[in-house]
Design a protein around this ligand. Structure first.
Ligand code: GTP
Ligand code: MG
Length: 196
């Protein structure tokens, strides 16, 4: 478990982000999928990243430091219908610039709502990641909202639908920010990636 996490900076440009001198983990996914909630769950700090019932809460690249050894990054979501074209292209520039240029990025966690059938926006985004050499790990969120068997069924559907995108099926985790399911698994994985 992560013992202590602190907020560092909010940026719209990857070039202004903190000096890349620690392994970094980014969290991305559709607006409202639970990125900020997951970061708070992982760090055991309910007020670290800002959460909202309304989509579009996180607007910038937010850096947090965890236990003095990792950077954790909360990113703004995609697929929020009420957003103008200009904002959408700003988002693309900011996020795609960040994901393709941030040299200390160890893994990009792409969050998927475990309640839903495969969504076009998610498939488009992971296709972009695959085409741009951004390695991803999937995280199926909000698992407390449905039965274990329904979660499994939706994961299977997602894996089947996205099969053609990947040479190798991506690793995935199942989480709930309400019950802390998946916390140890995710942090163990982060540890394994950063400790030789
Ligand atoms: P944006 O910043 O707008 O892109 O959203 P986000 O992906 O950061 O989502 P956020 O963490 O703000 O959560 C959105 C809503 O989903 C909030 O009302 C959360 O309380 C709720 N939520 C997030 N994770 C979970 C979960 O695991 N279980 C349940 N039941 N609710 C969750
Ligand atoms: Mg957020």
């Amino acid at each position: 478990m992560i013992k202590k996490a602190t907020f560092l900076t909010s940026n719209s440009d990857y070039r202004k982000c903190p000096t890349p001198n620690k392994p970094e983990f980014a969290f991305i996914g559709r607006s409202n999928v639970g990125k900020s909630s997951l970061i708070n769950m992982l760090t055991n700090n309910k007020s670290l990243a800002k959460i909202s019932g309304k989509p579009g809460k996180t607007q910038l690249i937010n850096h947090f430091e965890a236990d003095g050894k990792w950077f954790i990054v909360d990113l703004p979501g995609y697929g929020f219908a009420q957003v103008s074209k200009t904002l959408k292209s700003d988002w693309e520039k900011m996020i795609k610039g960040y994901l393709t240029n941030r040299e200390n990025l160890q893994a990009t966690f792409v969050l998927i709502d475990s309640r839903l059938d495969p969504q076009k926006k998610d498939l488009e985004f992971i296709l972009w990641c695959a085409q741009n050499g951004v390695p991803i790990v999937l995280v199926f969120t909000k698992a407390d909202k449905l039965s274990v068997s329904k979660v499994k069924g939706n994961i299977q559907k997602f894996m089947a639908t996205s099969k053609t995108i990947f040479e190798e099926a991506p690793l995935y985790f199942v989480t709930s920010s309400a019950t802390a399911v998946g916390r140890e698994e995710l942090t163990d994985f982060m540890r394994q990636l950063t400790e030789e």
